[in-house]
Write a new protein. Structure first.
Length: 531
């Protein structure tokens, strides 16, 4: 029977308890479900399979699935049905995930900041959107992500590219939009009638009188087909919708940089986006587009004008980019914790490398300093980094005879180092593993969801220590990572027996803040781990 896991460190405790029948599960950040055996699960509406973690407990094997959050709209914003099947494809179980109504506005700014950072990593650092992406090592990631190569403090994003490329085409189109003649039926004077169709003839025949002049009556007008000039065409509706998407994307970009107090006059990118937003408002309200209807849903099939006219073609390309970003945002929105894990991987890897450099040990050998970082071509359930691509391992010690190996791995890397290891029950996002000739010590690292304040961090640290101490002498402590403001906050908690510590880190989502912050060296778990 399944187990519902609210906190990841509760996994080992839950497996020792009796499972219950699951028919409905109330969603909470990071909630997961564990089933015995290597089963698979998928969302019944979309048919998309959920990523699986394989957990070992003695001779037993379990499958752990993290559940998606609520969608921005539709039925999936209220509930989601999950189906569980065995390796042969036979249905094992179904249950509903119920979502509570939550205020998403307060969460949007934090989410957009992370999404912008993820977009910057995917496009500018990993270049994963290319057909043949280059090979990127961790040293290159640190250089690109944590150090601006130009003097602009604002981050690169797709809206910045559009702000420099699209205004010329939109100015041309909105000042003189393409118009066409539309056939309508209307009352027309007899002498000006040029065309009549079947409906017009039927209306004329139903009028009393014999001659046309008698049927026309005192006004001498009859129903006829007329041609009226209109700008309400598909290409102009796309332009109108494009302006709406530009405003939405520009507002998010400006809001994401508001906390940094960046002066637009000192940032070419931010200044261009601010001007782009003002122009988008002007374009959407121009008299030339008056009467152009808004699209009820994004246009997927362009017409001849959108593909052949040079200005409309460039706008269409920008429009598809904006629509794709909106769809990507809607998909990633359901996996905020996975998105934070990707950003936290890069930030924590940089933090880890700083801890390594500050260790005062005579023996310090990097086995794989330039380990390759992989990234899929698109987001996979909010994840944009490949598994098991963290830096290391490292050989550290006070002498050649008194040294050990330090690993930084994720769940997949741990299973490759130690197949069917009970330490997988820690259910961590990463593991710091220190291995010597006589012992092994582990510090699990957990990425936690957004918190309104830091008052609950200490209680979570104590809860994690109490749960994980059952792993005995191998358990050396725990690290909890939260996304925070532009200042790193750190706190250390010691267990009651003083055999383990909990390091509570609120990492800044701004990479520059982490590099400039000198307090990272004073909160290094490595001093405790490799002692």
């Amino acid at each position: 029977m399944p187990h519902v896991i609210s906190n990841p460190w509760d996994l080992g405790f839950e497996l020792d308890e009796s499972a219950s029948v699951l028919r409905e599960c109330a969603y909470a950040d990071g909630v997961a479900v564990v089933y015995p055996g290597q089963v698979k699960s998928y969302c019944s509406v979309t048919g998309k399979h959920l990523e699986r973690k394989v957990i070992f407990s003695g001779s037993d094997v379990y499958s752990l699935f993290e559940l998606p959050g609520p969608a921005l709209g539709g039925d999936s914003s209220v509930y989601e049905r999950v189906c569980v099947v065995d390796p042969e494809g036979d249905l094992v179980d179904t249950f509903d995930v119920v979502y509570e109504n939550a205020d998403t506005k307060a969460f949007m700014d934090s989410f957009d900041k992370l999404l912008n950072s993820a977009y910057f990593l995917c496009r500018q650092v990993f270049k994963s959107d290319r057909a043949l992406p280059p090979v990127v090592c961790w040293s290159g990631v640190f250089e690109e992500f944590f150090a601006h190569k130009d003097d602009d403090p604002a981050q690169q994003a797709s809206i910045v590219d559009l702000a420099h490329e699209i205004p010329l085409h939109l100015d041309k189109v909105t000042s003189h939009p393409r118009r066409t003649l539309r056939r309508i039926r209307d009352q027309e004077r007899i002498q000006r009638v040029r065309e009549m169709d079947k409906a017009c003839l039927i209306a004329l025949a139903r009028r009393p009188g014999l001659a046309i002049a008698e049927k026309a009556g005192p006004s001498q007008r009859i129903l006829a087909v007329k041609r009226e000039e209109t700008a309400n065409t598909l290409e102009n509706r796309v332009v109108h919708h494009c302006c709406h998407l530009i405003r939405r994307s520009a507002e998010r970009y400006i809001s994401a940089h508001k906390d940094k107090h960046i002066d637009p006059e000192k940032s070419t990118r931010l200044k261009a986006v601010c001007a782009f937003e003002r122009k988008a408002i002007k374009w959407s309200r121009s008299d030339a587009l008056n009467g152009v209807a808004m699209l009820s849903s994004p246009c997927k099939s362009p017409n001849y004008v959108l593909l052949q006219n040079p200005s409309y073609l460039r706008i269409w390309q920008a429009y598809t980019t904006l629509v794709k970003n909106e769809e990507l945002r809607a998909n990633v929105w359901r996996w905020p914790l996975q998105l934070w894990r990707g950003i936290a991987t890069v930030v924590f890897a940089k933090l880890f490398s700083q801890w390594i450099k500050r260790l005062g040990l005579p023996v310090k050998v990097t086995v794989a300093e330039n380990r390759i970082v992989g990234a899929p071509r698109s987001f996979v359930q909010g994840r944009f980094l490949n598994h098991d691509s963290l830096p290391g391992p490292y050989i550290l010690g006070r002498s050649v005879d008194d040294s050990g190996t330090l690993h930084l791995v994720d769940q997949g890397g741990l299973s490759r180092l130690y197949p069917q290891d009970p330490a997988s029950q820690m259910n961590a996002d990463y593991y710091m593993v220190w291995v010597t000739e006589n012992q092994r010590r582990i510090i699990p690292v957990y990425c936690r969801a957004w918190a309104k304040d830091s008052s609950g961090h200490e209680s979570e640290g104590h809860a994690a220590l109490n749960r994980l101490k059952s792993f005995g002498e191998e358990f050396a402590g725990v690290i909890l990572l939260w996304p925070g403001a532009n200042v790193l906050r750190a706190q250390t908690i010691t267990s009651e027996d003083e055999n383990a510590h909990a390091w509570l880190l609120q990492l800044p989502t701004d990479p520059e803040a982490l590099v400039k912050n000198e307090r990272v060296a004073n909160n290094s778990p490595l001093e405790w781990l490799v002692r």
